[in-house]
Write a new protein. Structure first.
Length: 83
């Protein structure tokens, strides 16, 4: 499964009882799901602006966030473009 959590959906993601996010939380908590992201300054600003610091920290502590370098993201994007 792949998810994209954009800043305009942060408010939904913060609420595990939100109907739209329920499958995501089930996947994260009961099926071993993880969120991979690139730890850029822009994304950190978005986490903070969206009031998501506590959630981000909790996901980090529980091993649900996987940080990927921006270079790795670019390499994967290039690889996928070739397919």
């Amino acid at each position: 499964m792949c998810i994209i959590v954009d800043t305009n959906t942060f408010h939904k993601f913060k609420d595990p009882n939100n109907e739209d996010m329920e499958p995501v939380w089930t996947w994260l908590e009961k099926r071993g799901g993880k969120i991979a992201y690139s730890d850029t300054e822009k994304l950190e600003e978005e986490w903070n602006r969206g009031g998501m610091q506590n959630l981000r920290n909790r996901l980090r502590r529980t091993g649900k966030l996987k940080i990927v370098s921006p270079q790795d993201v670019e390499e994967k994007a290039d690889e996928l473009k070739k397919k």
